[in-house]
Design a protein. Structure first.
Length: 88
């Protein structure tokens, strides 16, 4: 696996189904988050979720753009595994 993975995401805060929700028509990955979009709680939950999925540290997940929006571009460094929902 490459040392750095960049993902285009759409997050759904306060979701009843936290986790991977599917792939949108444009290839964007949808993730549900239980946390509200307040004080960075949703971003922290997303970082933890992605770190666990890619087998890396939470500090290795960086929001490149969209920190305050639902559409985000996120980089994951030091990935040791590839989640089944991740496509090329």
């Amino acid at each position: 696996m490459t040392p750095r993975v960049v993902l285009d995401l759409k997050v759904v805060p306060r979701s009843r189904r936290p986790g991977f929700l599917g792939r949108m028509a444009d290839g964007t990955l949808r993730f549900g988050l239980a946390s509200p979009p307040v004080d960075g709680k949703a971003n922290r939950e997303l970082a933890k979720m992605l770190a666990e999925a890619f087998g890396t540290r939470r500090s290795a997940v960086e929001v490149l753009s969209g920190a305050k929006g639902r559409r985000k571009r996120v980089a994951v460094s030091g990935a040791t595994r590839r989640p089944e929902w991740y496509g090329d």
